[in-house]
Write a protein that binds this ligand. Sequence first.
Ligand code: KIV
Ligand code: ZN
Length: 392
Amino acid sequence: MQDNKMQIFDTTLRDGEQVPGCKLDTKQKLVIAERLDFMGVDVIEAGFPVSSPGDFNSVSEVAKIVKNATVCGLTRAVEKDIEVAAAALIYAKKPRIHTGIGTSDSHIKYKFNSSREEVVTRAVLAVRYAKSFVEDVEFYAEDAGRTDNAFLAQICEEVIKAGATVLNIPDTTGYCLPEEYGAKIKYLKEHVKGIEKVTISCHCHNDLGMATANSIAGAINGARQIECTINGIGERAGNTALEEVVMILKQHPTLNLETNINTQLLYDTSMMVREKMGMPVQPNKAIVGANAFAHSSGIHQDGVIKNRETYEIMNPEDVGVTESAIVLTARSGRAALAYRAKKIGYELTKIQLDKAYNYFLQIADIQKEIHDTDLHSIMKNVNKFSKIAIAS
Ligand code: KIV
Ligand code: ZN
């Protein structure tokens, strides 16, 4: 694999779908999976097959229709889980079993009442067993973010020997600082024998708002797969947002990392996931939020009208948004009013603009936003009291 290729592993249908209220039926999962495949995602984690017959069926149906991406099913380090996942993936062109176990002292003590030695043994057995069904086996060290690095390196080395092809290093609780998470990946690259044979994967949660920053820190330090979801949906505060990591890599060519994603489909895919999951996106969400390309303060609007690059670091068309929006509020200036008036057919002289701006401010102080219908009535008023008719 090229060293500058970043694999995008989408877990919208597994980690994203675990969110209360976001449950999807098989038909909905199929529509989303087809879109993810078409958009260029490298791996689709379609579900957790042992969790319910419905999820088994969804993974199995997704496996049948996906044309290009690897289709992945999650398991615990439990034989039955692995058998069921293997059965669900039987029709996949490129199947992957994603198995693993908690590795932090907290998980070992409170979840398993076990020991580090026993956890290593269970991890190795699970990877070996998964390997008896499929060639491509990803191992996750759950809560790796809070796992002692030396122990993490030890378990990683053992699962590589057992046949793991991908090592997932999840910051399950979203606790790590970017420097810390990046250093963890670097430590594994430097201390795990055989690491050059596998792909290191970042799987970061957003509890402290650092999921995307942590994934990028992982990438800078040698990870070549990022696990993410559309709109960043997922457990608690969510997962790394796919649209964010993809656009960061695109907008920062100095990172020298490329993805396969057709970025022009990002906005539409975000809308599809919102609609199917019934999960709205906050207006200020990076890349796909309603305000991501909207400008409302006079200073910014003036700049954007003169040259978009003054306040925009990416082209909205690159993510499938038709154009930047100039939103008219009481904080807008004359340049924005003239721009929006022109868009709906009014060419204003300097005198007309001054007049229109006075009317505009009176209404804008009462209303949150001025829409095109308001603009038409402002222009009518200017015409009524002005000797020169406005060209419309
Ligand atoms: O957050 C996590 O640790 C996970 C694993 C099951 C991969 O989702
Ligand atoms: Zn997760």
